[in-house]
Write a protein that binds this ligand. Structure first.
Ligand code: AMO
Length: 432
């Protein structure tokens, strides 16, 4: 191992000890008699100080010849120094260049020059060296970890389902076709059918965190063509039961981030306010009334437009559920109410800014499911692999899918979804 310490593991009371730090040459300032090199690692900066009078000539030459953002290993002696940024500086005995950086750099990493999002995404490897960008991905890591912790504690088994599939799940329009040997296949839009199969499969409670692919043409701040979905499915639970799991999960994620990532939140200048549970349940009928009061033209049975979502969100002002949706605008697997089949046991979970999740209690009767598939103009025979499971002992079940990027961007108050994905895929962007 080349490194002995991360920057944050060095303290002034290590005065006199010899250590090695590794990182990027953030800044080099040559003042003649004294040269400063700031080395930045994942955790922060270290000031390396070279006194012309006492420094080894070779070491000084290497540092003076360094280009910004080159990767270096610096071995030196920790010297307590009240005037240095962290109360110490590192007096080097050896500096090795491990990876030279060309100049000019594709973008600035010091935060002094603003780069637009496209430039940053084109040079994402350099953008993530900036503390602000890195903080987002450190928080994303913790968010996903806290989701896993929470669901595992609730008895959910993590599964992985195929992304190359033969049929659509969320209606036939938004699929990416691919060539699969001599056949046509698609990138999966949702693990929906597979997670339901595992209810018949007896796993009882499953979750998956994985990519979903949507060939939607729109270019917005909340849509990606490849997004990350947090999906659950649970047997012997109904829509209300899985809504409780969802709101508690959101609360748990917010609290975990607020408690454990204070350092990164501070870097971003953000405070996370943990939402109160239970979230309000607003019936679809009530939701469209609110939208109409705001001047939206919306008929019963219409899906909510972005404008309607905004006016309802502004009125409610916190996370909420929209429940009791018209059956005809929800997927075939949503269970209609027995006494009022024109509405169903589906729900959306909303942040005031946008939809974060949708879910439902599912149809678990084979006959009903088959006729629901046909009623939506789909070919039931191409769903045989799925329908079969409903003929051999399918328990009642319910579940939801929660957009990981939307959860993160709304939690952090970030405007554009591309900020919270390392390598976003959208209408125009396929590389890097
Ligand atoms: P739905 O299609 O509503 O439901 O997707 C669930 C959640 O995934 C996120 N999401 C997206 N995020 C970014 N860009 C996109 N293009 C995109 N599409 C979806 C949203 C959305 O709320 N099978 C059902 C879930 C279920 O019933 O279990 C489904 O996929 O946050």
């Amino acid at each position: 191992m080349i490194r002995t310490h991360y920057s944050t593991q060095i303290t002034p009371d290590m005065n006199g000890s010899s250590i090695t730090v590794c990182g990027w040459a953030h800044e080099i300032r040559d003042l003649g008699g004294i040269t400063f090199l700031v080395v930045r690692d994942r955790e922060g900066p270290v000031q390396v100080t070279l006194f012309k009078k006492t420094i080894d000539k070779n070491v000084l030459e290497i540092v003076r010849g360094l280009s910004r953002e080159s990767v270096v290993a610096v071995t030196g002696t920790v010297k307590k120094e009240a005037k240095a940024p962290n109360g110490y500086e590192l007096v080097p005995t050896a500096v090795t260049v491990l990876g030279r950086a060309e100049s000019p750099l594709p973008m600035d990493t010091t935060g002094k020059v603003d780069a637009d999002l496209d430039t940053r995404l084109d040079a994402r490897f350099m953008d993530t060296r900036r503390p602000g960008t890195q903080a987002i991905f450190r928080i994303r890591h913790l968010m996903l970890k806290s989701v896993r912790d929470y669901l595992a504690r609730e008895g959910f088994v993590e599964i992985t389902t195929p992304k190359v599939v033969a049929t659509a799940t969320e209606g036939g329009t938004a699929l990416f076709p691919i060539t699969y040997f001599e056949r046509e296949a698609f990138l999966n839009q949702s693990p929906q059918l597979f997670k339901q199969l595992m209810m018949s499969g007896g796993l009882d409670r499953v979750f998956e965190i994985g990519p979903i692919f949507r060939a939607e043409e729109h270019d917005t701040r909340k849509h990606l063509n490849e997004a990350t979905s947090i999906d659950i499915e649970a047997s012997f639970l109904d829509n209300e039961d899985v809504m409780v799991i969802l709101e508690n999960l959101v609360k748990h994620v917010y609290s975990s981030v607020a408690e454990d990532e204070a350092r990164h939140l501070k870097t971003l200048g953000i405070e996370v306010k943990v939402p109160k549970t239970p979230f309000k349940r607003v019936a679809y009928d009530e939701a469209i009334d609110i939208a109409r009061d705001h001047g939206e033209k919306i008929e019963w049975g219409d899906d909510l437009t972005t404008e309607s979502e905004h006016s309802i969100g502004e009125t409610i002002g916190e996370h909420y559920f929209i429940v009791d949706w018209p059956t005809k605008i929800k997927p075939f697997y949503a269970q209609p109410y027995e006494n009022k089949p024109e509405i169903c046991r589906a729900f959306d979970m909303m942040h005031p800014r946008m939809e974060l999740s949708s879910g439902a209690q599912r149809v678990h009767s084979y006959e009903t499911l088959r006729s629901r598939i046909e009623a939506q103009g789909l070919n039931a025979d191409s769903f045989e692999f799925y329908l079969k499971a409903f003929r051999f002992g399918m328990p009642p079940h319910a579940g939801w899918g929660l957009g990981a990027e939307r959860l993160l961007m709304t939690m952090l108050g970030i405007d554009n979804i591309r900020e919270v994905v390392l390598f976003p895929r959208d209408r125009k962007r396929l590389s890097p």
